[in-house]
Write a protein of this length. Structure first.
Length: 508
């Protein structure tokens, strides 16, 4: 299939708010794709190429200066083959090899196709084609039951393979997909709550557990063979030998464990999130040791526990995990939930997750039986630039560039960029800012409208992290728009110094 056909569908999906219309468009597309191109197509639609890490960043893409094709000719398989080439590049000369592969691909793509490819490579495809919508589209295209498709995807951990099996295999083949030790499954996800007390009231009898600012891990053990997977199901076993050793010593022969990991400093406080993630991204040995905390158990010594209620899984986990068990309490008392939340925060962790004790493990789903509760910070920041939207937001100004005031002149004075966000913007706000920001434009580039730093917007964040990308050395985490603040002046904006004070250990 021509890539242009998939890109047209992506634009159509992004332009409609209707879930049913998204499913219909994607189902029609999937039914027409050659079976050998299906896994690649699913990777493109989810901005998660089947090859995994490709060694391509925004700087490499931004540095390209090529003339694009005028007529679409790229097929899905052509793009997939170039991604194979990118993934295989290693050693001396690999950077130049990747750059040449990108130039060749960019030259064969039309402008519209290249914009799509770049967003896929950077994981910035925002079309509304989320995995839940794709699963329903796969079910419709294949004529299989949505529940069967969803469970097969959960237990295989591979949406592309699930699509191929659903569309080319039998109903029995799809239903036969089961839990396998050594093959990662999609992790169960939590919705967001406001307070621990409210979350306990919502789920009833609950396990209230620490929420760490760490990395999600899923660990499989079959005898002495231990494998460690990330939230995205990447295999990082060779990078975390200390975790392998801990699980190999647990009192069991076969396990599938769900948990988090991070590193503690000399005072027993959690180190920054980036320190943990750096361990996952580096092959070199590190003196920084990771510690696991396990909060769920999906399999133990031949017994699948996926469909058992959490009270059963937690009891089995307690017997296995020992000191590596995630701290928590089982309670139906909202006050007890609040007490554990305060304790977790005092120890430097993010908050708590409140889980219904009677609920099974719903792999790959974000439901109402797990509720995460973290404190939310709000800051008044200045809009520095706005990016044109894509997909459903085509024609509107969407993604905001946010700046904090440099009160001391430490970073050159004025306003220092600290991040971007498009989250929280209603259609009404999109229309307003599309009309407003060009009236205060200072310059325009192909990627953004730069504006006078006079507009304040209230931004909610979960915190900040150290960043070399921005001049203030700090970046917002999970930023979303709460409201514009026309009642405030630019000199009332919050400062880069205040944001840096949120860093673990302060701004040092």
């Amino acid at each position: 299939m021509l890539l242009a056909r998939l890109v047209d569908t992506v634009h159509s999906v992004g332009a409609t708010p209707s879930r049913l219309a998204k499913i219909d468009a994607l189902a029609s597309l999937l039914a027409q794709i050659d079976p050998d191109e299906l896994p690649a197509a699913i990777g493109f639609l989810t901005a998660s190429p089947r090859q995994g890490r490709l060694g391509v960043g925004w700087r490499g893409i931004a540095a390209l200066d090529v003339e694009h094709a005028s007529v679409p000719s790229l097929r899905l398989g052509d793009v997939d083959a170039v991604l194979d080439r990118l993934a295989a590049a290693s050693g001396t000369g690999s950077q130049a090899e990747r750059a040449q592969a990108l130039r060749d691909l960019a030259a064969r793509a039309t402008t519209v196709e290249w914009d799509f490819i770049a967003r896929v490579l950077l994981g910035e495809l925002r079309t509304g084609a989320l995995e839940g919508v794709l699963l329903d589209a796969i079910a419709k295209a294949s004529g299989r039951r949505a529940e069967t498709v969803r469970r097969a995807a959960m237990l295989s951990g591979d949406l592309g393979a699930t699509a191929l099996l659903a569309l080319t295999g039998s109903a029995d083949d799809l239903a036969a997909v089961g839990l396998v030790v050594g093959r990662p499954v999609l992790p169960m996800l939590a919705s967001t709550g406001t307070t621990a007390a409210a979350a306990v009231e919502a789920v009833g009898e609950a396990s209230v557990e620490y929420k760490l600012d760490g990395a999600r891990i899923q660990v499989h053990r079959a005898g002495d063979d231990v494998r460690v997977f990330t939230r995205s199901l990447a295999d990082v076993t060779h990078r975390v030998p200390e975790l392998v050793g801990i699980v190999r010593a647990l009192p069991a022969k076969a396990l599938i464990l769900d948990g988090e990991t991070l590193s503690l400093d000399e005072d027993g406080k959690p180190r920054p999130f980036q320190d943990t993630m750096a361990r996952f991204g580096a092959d070199a040995a590190s003196d920084l040791l990771l510690r696991p905390w396990f909060f769920d158990l999906l399999h133990r010594d031949g017994r699948d526990l996926l469909d058992e209620p959490l009270r059963v899984r937690r009891a089995e986990l307690t017997a296995v995990a020992g000191e590596w068990l995630m701290p928590g309490v089982q309670t139906a008392d909202p006050a007890a939930g609040e007490e554990l939340s305060a304790q977790a925060l005092a120890e430097g962790h993010e908050g708590v997750v409140v889980k219904a004790l009677d609920a099974p493990y719903a792999a790959g789903r974000r439901g109402a039986t797990w509720i995460k509760v973290k404190p939310v910070h709000t800051y008044d920041l200045v809009v520095l630039a706005v990016e044109p939207g894509s997909g459903r937001r085509q024609g509107w100004l969407s993604n905001l560039h946010l700046g904090a005031r440099d009160e001391t002149g430490e970073f050159g004075g004025g306003f220092v960029m600290v991040g971007k966000t498009f989250k929280g913007l209603t259609d009404e706000l999109l229309r307003w800012q599309t009309a407003y920001f060009p009236t205060i434009q200072t310059r325009r580039t192909s990627s953004a409208v730069h504006v006078e730093p006079v507009t304040l917007v209230e931004i909610a964040i979960d915190g900040v992290q150290r960043s070399s990308r921005y001049p203030g050395g700090v970046a917002l985490r999970f930023a979303r728009v709460k409201a514009y603040r026309p009642d405030k002046r630019p000199d009332e904006a919050d400062t880069i110094q205040a944001l840096r004070a949120l860093l673990p250990g302060g701004a040092s």
